[in-house]
Each structure stands twice: as structure tokens, then as C-alpha cells.
Write a protein that binds this ligand. Structure first.
Ligand SMILES: Nc1ncnc2c1ncn2[C@@H]1O[C@H](COP(=O)(O)OP(=O)(O)OP(=O)(O)O)[C@@H](O)[C@H]1O
Ligand SMILES: [Mg+2]
Length: 237
């Protein structure tokens, strides 16, 4: 198992509120890592710090031998660490195809972009059949698919997701999680933040449990699913 991204002693505050209090977390290349925890535990804050949208108070996020905390969000995306837009922040007045195109704006490899577009369309056939329709007419689940597709068009080496299941019906969530596994099988490393603890740990090789800004448990996804503390706190006894 080869680490691809290593977080050390990461601390992030909002003014006097210490949201993340010095966490260590490693993503192994080609694995799905789940970061789970209750409301307000600091999951989104951690992702925003990795993406460069929040400046940490201390600590490092090392990717490919480089500390991402020194880079702008734009440069971090260029390096290949890409977060799926929060709340499906897709551009509703543009078409689906145009939204996907935006994901690849920084790329020069035209043939690679064309290949990835076909790949995204094969992962999410509904996006292909409605490519020229307005993104605003998509359902919640389809918008989430588009947000994931747009992130894939940036050619990520690490994909970050913040609660992709939020607000979606269980059957849709199943589909999204299956597709994340399919994406992972191509070798793409994924950091998955979820409140849907059971499903996230099921598809994750490794998981971390965050409580009030601190990592309290780290183990394989399966070991965490079997851990009585996890069962009691997050899986409804
Ligand atoms: N913009 C902000 N200003 C001040 N405090 C914030 C801000 N955003 C988050 N917080 C606080 O930081 C802590 C961590 O919040 P964060 O959003 O990272 O948690 P989370 O684990 O993502 O929760 P959720 O499951 O609800 O999404 C919480 O105490 C929250 O109230
Ligand atoms: Mg959150």
C-alpha cells in the first residue's frame, strides 16, 4: 500500500472555534478512504483545507512530495486533487455537456478529454442522453452525477467527495455508491466524507472516525463496521 496523500497534525479554526484539532490521515493510492462522523465533527472543514479553500492553522497535506497547504485552490486542482462541488453546485443555466466541458477547462490533452467524456457518459448514461438539456432540469440524483462527472473531467488523481448521498433517495444512493466503486476500480484514489456511515465503510478499504475535530478511530472499513463503538454511535446499536 503506497501512500499518495498524507495529512499530518492538520488544525483548522474559524476565528476562535477550533473545528479540526490536529488530525493525521493517509490516503493509500487506489483505495477508497471514508471519513465519517457526526454533525459538526469537522469533516467538511478537513476537505476544504485539503482543497485549499480554507487555510489551516497548522499542519501539512503532502501530495507527491509537495505541501498543498502552500498552494492556491486552483493549483491544487491542477495537481490532481479535485473536490466534487458541494451541494451539487452545477451551473443550472448551462447544458450538461457545457458543465462537463467546464470540468476540463485547464487540460491541454484534447484526446484525453474526449476519452474521459465518453467514460463519464458510460458511467452515467442519463447524462449522455440529455447532454444538450439544461443542467437545471436534472433531478437531485442526476445533478450529483453531473457534479461527479465534472470533477472526473478534471482528470483527478485524488477525488474528494463531501456527502454525495445527502438528500437522495436510498435507491439513488445505492447507484452513486456503486459508481464510486466502479470509478475506484480504475485506480482512482477517493476520500469519501459521509454521514451514511454504514454504506461508506462498506465500500471503503480504510476508514477514519472524526469526533469534535479529532480522529478517534482508524482501521479497515470492515473492522470499523464490526467495532462495537462504531456500531453503538453510528449504526444504531
Ligand atoms: N463558516 C463557519 N464559521 C464558523 N464555524 C463554522 C463554520 N463552518 C463550520 N463551523 C463549525 O466548525 C465545526 C465543524 O464543522 P464542519 O462543517 O466541518 O462539520 P461536518 O463534520 O462537516 O458536519 P456536517 O456533518 O453537519 O456536515 C462545527 O462546530 C461548525 O459549527
Ligand atoms: Mg459537512
Amino acid at each position: 500500500m503506497k501512500p499518495i496523500l498524507s495529512i499530518s497534525d492538520l488544525a483548522v479554526s474559524y476565528g476562535h472555534i477550533d473545528a479540526v484539532k490536529g488530525i493525521d490521515l493517509t490516503l493509500n493510492e487506489g483505495e477508497i478512504t471514508a471519513l465519517v462522523g457526526a454533525n459538526g465533527a469537522g469533516k467538511s472543514t478537513s476537505l476544504l483545507a485539503i482543497s485549499g479553500l480554507l487555510k489551516p492553522k497548522r499542519g501539512s497535506v503532502v501530495f507527491d512530495g509537495e505541501d498543498l497547504t502552500r498552494l492556491s485552490p486552483h493549483r491544487i486542482v491542477e495537481r490532481g486533487v479535485v473536490q466534487v462541488a458541494e451541494g451539487r453546485a452545477i451551473l443550472t443555466t448551462l447544458t450538461i455537456a457545457e458543465n462537463l466541458e467546464l470540468g476540463s477547462y485547464a487540460r491541454r490533452d484534447k484526446s484525453g478529454v474526449a476519452r474521459d467524456l465518453e467514460w463519464v457518459y458510460s458511467l452515467f448514461p442519463v447524462l449522455k442522453s440529455r447532454a444538450n438539456g439544461l443542467a437545471g432540469n436534472l433531478s437531485g440524483g442526476e445533478q450529483q452525477m453531473l457534479a461527479i462527472g465534472r470533477a472526473l473531467m478534471a482528470k483527478p488523481r485524488v477525488l474528494l467527495l463531501d456527502e454525495p448521498s445527502m438528500g437522495l433517495a436510498p435507491i439513488i444512493v445505492q447507484g452513486i455508491f456503486r459508481t464510486l466503486q466502479e470509478i475506484n476500480r480504475t485506480g482512482l484514489t477517493i476520500l469519501l466524507v459521509e454521514q451514511n456511515v454504514r454504506q461508506a465503510l462498506r465500500i471503503a478499504q480504510r476508514g477514519y472516525v472524526l469526533e469534535t475535530g479529532k480522529i478517534v478511530l482508524a482501521d479497515s472499513g470492515q473492522a470499523l463496521l464490526d467495532d462495537p463503538k462504531v456500531v453503538e454511535a453510528y449504526l444504531g446499536g
